[in-house]
Design a protein around this ligand. Sequence first.
Ligand SMILES: [Cu+2]
Length: 225
Amino acid sequence: MSPVLKTLCLGATPFVLAGCSGELSTLDPAGPRAANLALLWWVMFWGSVVLFALVMILFFLAYFRSALLARFTPAHWIIGGGLILPIPVLVLLTGTALVLGEQLLPHGQAPLRIGVEASRWEWRFTYPNGVNSAEEVVHIPAGQPVDFEISAADVIHSFWVPRLGGKIDAVPGHVNVIRLEADEPGTYWGQCAEYCGEGHDTMFFRVEAHPPEVFAAMMEDNAGE
Ligand SMILES: [Cu+2]
């Protein structure tokens, strides 16, 4: 590798890696559902890298070693490139997306369900004990799945906690359910992911995951408030 190329590659590495972590990174998962999504992202990424490399190799062969490819007829290219190659690629990518995506669905009911109402430009959370709060923070137990029942008061918003799972629209007059889970206690940032007006960029919140016994004590302390 030439010194210039080596310097460029080394110099770019921190910037590339910096995009993989952070408070709102889907590539830095902190729960099983987010891990599914990150795995799907990597499968898609490496699948596209392999396909791109294959196409580039063919391109360079066609340009610099055209005699090598001359033995193939147009029919070979159409059948090989148009039928035989795409089938395993699409089966692998679509199969992975279906299996991982299916595991994200909230089958049955999680032991804890928290109501979420989005409005311009805040989030209101309602716990099973009746407490509701609009303080930009929602508390959950770590290591347990939690169903969020999401709706909106005015326009369409989108509920997204990238390190804990996927995102889902908050639609007026309709309840969407998304299941999230945090492996460990900690703070996980969320953000409205659907443009909803001039305050959209301020419509963030955080999920505080606590050890289950701490969360249970918090719910008991606050019950009836
Ligand atoms: Cu928004």
